[in-house]
Write a protein that binds this ligand. Structure first.
Ligand SMILES: CSC[C@H]1O[C@H](OP(=O)(O)O)[C@H](O)[C@@H]1O
Length: 347
């Protein structure tokens, strides 16, 4: 199932809010439709957000009319700003838009049609590059998975989150493909239930045995010796190796550490931002309180009940066993390992 499709000057986005029971695509004829889709989590997952924003930026060139009211470069900069503002934590969003703006600069002076075609090609190139990164990560990561393992993963890090093979879930799928005997524990991942709705569905589709648990059952599963390793994704990895991921990941890292359980993070280098020195500097997206007050759009508490809704939390690098990236497995000291991985470029 495609996370996104480009057809006839329109971007169609799989509306992940409707999964697993309805498969619906949102037609985006304007870049602001793409921005709205990212904001409302119709498309979500750090790499997938970057790819969608890349196509959204290309779409802006198709939205531009040569009526002379505003210069193309000004229009494109506004589109980049609006797309960038949709979600502040996922590094891939900024990384992809920087790549697209560079592509636009390289097309400067060309005809509008050449610019449109060139930006669309650049968006497809970004999507293809993310897919390649996923495949490399899956191969590196599968080497860490024992022939028989109970793995706890979190949120959704599969094809739905990257438009390719997936990050953490891509590793799990590759290990399963290699014939390893796996059982996956899937916390539901409140508030919007990416685990219960998306990861359970991807594992079912892949024929991988799993057990859905509520988030507050994770400690029980660890305490009853059920977890051999934890494998999660990331939305922002700082230069120190501190990283941000779905809210609740910090809790899992402390549990894993207490139970001497390896804690792995799978992410492409396009999720690393070396200009962010430590976890304290990672901007944490605060989302609509209705996501906590409601489940599936149904109010479960008092109207207007006071709510806290940070979408991510930060794990200190001391609790990370290794990062699995498209450039290999990075072990402590992470500052040096991340800098060295970048030396070869993030492609
Ligand atoms: C492979 S990135 C997946 C990453 O994104 C998720 O957040 P969201 O669903 O809000 O975009 C979560 O943090 C996952 O680890």
């Amino acid at each position: 199932m495609d996370v996104l499709r480009w057809e006839g000057e329109r971007l169609y986005l799989l509306d992940q809010r409707e999964l697993p029971h309805r498969v619906e695509y949102l037609p985006c004829s304007h870049y602001r439709d793409v921005a709205a889709a990212i904001r409302q989590l119709s498309v979500r997952g750090a790499p997938a957000i970057g790819v969608a924003a890349a196509f959204g930026y290309a779409l802006a060139a198709f939205n531009y009319s040569e009526d002379g009211k505003v210069a193309l470069s000004e229009y494109m900069e506004e589109a980049a700003r609006e797309l960038l503002a949709t979600r502040p934590t996922a590094v891939n969003l900024r990384w992809a838009l920087d790549e697209m703006r560079a592509a636009y600069q390289a097309l400067n002076g060309k005809s509008l049609k050449e610019i449109r075609d060139g930006l669309l090609a650049a968006a497809f190139k970004i999507q293809a590059a993310e897919k390649k990164r996923d495949e490399r990560m899956a191969s590196f990561g599968a080497s860490l998975i024992p022939s028989r393992a109970c793995i706890l993963t979190y949120c959704n890090t599969g094809a739905l989150a990257t438009t390719g093979w997936g990050t953490a879930l891509g590793i799990i799928r590759e290990a399963h493909r290699q014939g390893k005997d796996l059982h996956i524990y899937v916390p539901e991942t409140r508030p919007v239930l990416q685990g219960a709705r998306l990861t359970a569905w991807e594992l079912q589709e892949a024929g991988i045995p799993y057990t859905l648990i509520t988030d507050n059952m994770a400690g029980y599963v660890f305490a009853h010796g059920g977890i051999d390793l934890v494998l999660v994704g990331a939305d922002c990895i700082a230069a120190s190796g501190d990283f941000a991921n779905k809210i609740g990941t910090y809790t899992l890292s402390v549990l894993a550490n207490y139970h001497n359980c390896p804690f792995y993070v799978a992410a492409p280098l396009s999720t690393v931002d070396l200009t962010v020195k430590t976890g304290q500097e990672i901007p944490i997206e605060m989302r609509d309180p209705r996501e906590v007050r409601e489940i599936g759009g149904k109010l479960i508490t008092l109207e207007g009940c006071p709510v806290l809704n940070p979408s991510f939390d930060v794990v200190p690098h001391q609790l990370v066993t290794a990062f699995i990236t498209d450039k290999g497995i990075l072990k402590p000291p992470f500052e040096e390992a991340l800098a060295a991985a970048f030396k070869g470029g993030s492609e």
